[in-house]
Ligand binder design. Structure first.
Ligand SMILES: [Zn+2]
Length: 238
């Protein structure tokens, strides 16, 4: 049996990039710390906010809503609304999660073959219509690193500098420092993961995903480096 490096409980995960074995309590603490760090960077939440959370029925967005709801439980000036885009799957699970967490939900339908760009537009539009000040989605470190790598490969500098041009409300990704493997583990260990949301990856994105996972296994921390490179570029822009 392997033990936690911070206490004497049983470890549930080994993080190769940090060299740490963590028990459930210290793993949870680590996930919460990474989320708080990302939230601090957004410079929002200083005052009251209505937060729309995109809920897919998968583990990532369920984890996001669960953590945010708990984190801000004492802030009466912050309330949540779940936006569920019905693409034919995951809706029942998404509704169940929002009901379980006592968060009202809005469902909008969209054909599953519609592109991710249109889905993003519908999310933002619905969030704005619901009176939200900010939209939060469950994109994790893997999603973000793939996006950055892809933009570098395509030479899309404008896309790097302006991740969400012309958006009427800010779009934040509080799980961006949490690796996909860890958002899944968090969801499973907190009873939030029942439905496997199919996310089809193809073309360049699939190649990038495979290469990044290869780099990460040979050089742990690669995904964090990519995210940091984007953050540094954005700082230089300010
Ligand atoms: Zn521990």
């Amino acid at each position: 049996m392997t033990w936690c490096d911070k206490c004497c409980s049983k470890a549930i995960i080994y993080q190769r990039y940090s060299g740490m074995h963590l028990c459930q309590a210290h793993f949870d603490e680590d996930v919460h710390r990474k989320i708080r760090e990302s939230l601090r960077q957004t410079r929002l939440f200083g005052r009251g906010e209505r937060v729309a959370v995109g809920l897919s029925g998968g583990g990532d967005s369920a984890t996001l809503l669960y953590v945010l709801k708990n984190m801000f439980s004492r802030r009466k000036d912050i309330d949540f609304v779940a936006i569920i885009i019905d693409e034919g799957q995951g809706v029942a699970q998404a509704r169940l999660i929002s009901q379980k967490l006592g968060v009202p939900s809005i469902i909008r339908s969209m054909h599953s073959s519609t592109g991710s760009r249109a889905k993003a537009d519908l999310l933002i539009k619905t969030a704005q219509e619901s009176g939200a000040d900010v939209l939060a989605t469950g994109h994790n470190l893997d999603d973000e690193a793939q996006e950055v790598f892809l933009k570098f490969l395509k030479g899309d500098v404008e896309g790097l500098l302006q991740p969400s041009p012309g958006r009427p409300i800010p779009w934040i990704k509080p799980l961006r420092r949490v690796p996909e493997k860890e958002t899944r583990l968090y969801a499973i260990t907190h009873g939030l993961y029942h439905h496997k949301s199919e996310c089809f990856t193809f073309g360049w994105r699939l190649e990038v995903k495979r290469h990044l996972n290869g780099f990460e296994s040979r050089h742990p921390g690669t995904k964090y480096s990519l995210l940091r490179s984007l953050e540094r570029i954005l700082l230089l822009k300010e």
